[in-house]
Design a protein around this ligand. Structure first.
Ligand code: PAF
Length: 283
């Protein structure tokens, strides 16, 4: 596995790969790899000649009161994991390399941002799309892999690719869970023992709600109220949102809509956890 830290070195590697007409599967991350990331790398490994992994904690997508400084980092561990999973090229730039000066231009997302995480994180998806656009331009992958756990991120990046006609296919991959159902996340390390014990309730309630959505007897509002009521028993967390939206458009649900996203965010003392399910009514 080659590790490159500069854009020039990355370009050289990519040029060589393209010359050999090898396909590229790309997994962009902010590091501190967990099994969710690993499943994305494994999928890319199955599908492509060359797997490129990027590790970059992108300041542009953090708000002023968010956890940029505290975001967990462990490059040596990540490097070993990447090697073991057969990554060919690891791009590990620092902030100066990606943003030599304050960006004079960013992507501004106007659709699908005033809901879910976008509502409480103004500018977050501008930061995500800006860095992903830069990474797509640099890595020029055939396919890029994202976890469905961040459903809004996947939807918005898919829209960005359509909007700017970027020749990259976005591949959503299923959420990887702990045995008790808790969605894997780098932020789970911040949970206290008590918080960790009650956190699996989130997915249990989403699973119950899945059955209710499929049965089709409750209105969207009743489903949302059901989830809020059940998750009210979380002793150590406060609700950020519970939303039912169409997927991937992220619009209010009507009778006709067949593919529905139920997404929640709850804030524990030092960790904000998100989770979601996508329900296809016809199935
Ligand atoms: O999902 C993430 O880790 C980040 O939002 C991403 C896509 C790597 C962009 O910084």
């Amino acid at each position: 596995m080659r590790v490159v830290k500069t854009i020039n070195a990355l370009r050289e590697e990519i040029t060589a790969v393209k010359r050999k007409q090898q396909s590229i599967g790309f997994v962009p991350t902010m590091g501190y790899l967990h099994e969710g990331h690993m499943s994305l790398i494994e999928e890319a490994r199955r599908q492509h000649d060359i797997v490129v992994l990027s590790i970059f904690v992108n300041p542009l997508q953090f708000g002023p009161n968010e956890d940029l400084e505290r975001y967990p980092r462990d490059f040596v561990r990540d490097e070993n994991i990447a090697k073991e999973l057969g990554v060919d090229l690891l791009f590990y730039p620092d902030t100066k390399e990606m943003y030599p000066a304050d960006p004079s231009m960013t992507i501004h997302v106007t659709e699908g941002v005033n809901v879910l995480c976008g509502k409480s994180r103004p500018g977050h998806f501008d930061g995500v799309t800006t860095v992903v656009m830069k990474l797509f331009m640099l890595v020029q992958p055939d396919q890029a892999y994202f976890g469905q756990k961040d459903a809004q991120q996947v939807a918005i990046i898919t829209n960005m690719v359509d909007m700017f006609n970027i020749p990259v296919e976005v591949i959503p991959c299923p959420t990887v869970r702990e045995e008790d159902g808790l969605a894997k996340s780098s932020r789970n390390v911040y949970l206290t023992d008590e918080e960790r014990q009650e956190a699996p309730l989130i997915y249990q309630v989403l699973t119950q709600a899945r059955s209710l959505i499929k049965e089709g007897e409750l209105s969207p509002n009743e489903i949302v109220q059901f989830v809020k009521k059940e998750l009210n028993s979380l002793q150590h967390a406060e609700m950020d949102y519970v939303e039912l939206l169409t997927y991937p458009k992220l619009m209010p649900v009507t009778e006709k809509d067949k593919t529905i996203l139920l997404a929640v965010a709850y804030t524990f003392k030092h960790a904000r956890l998100i989770d979601n399910i996508i329900v296809s009514k016809g199935e």
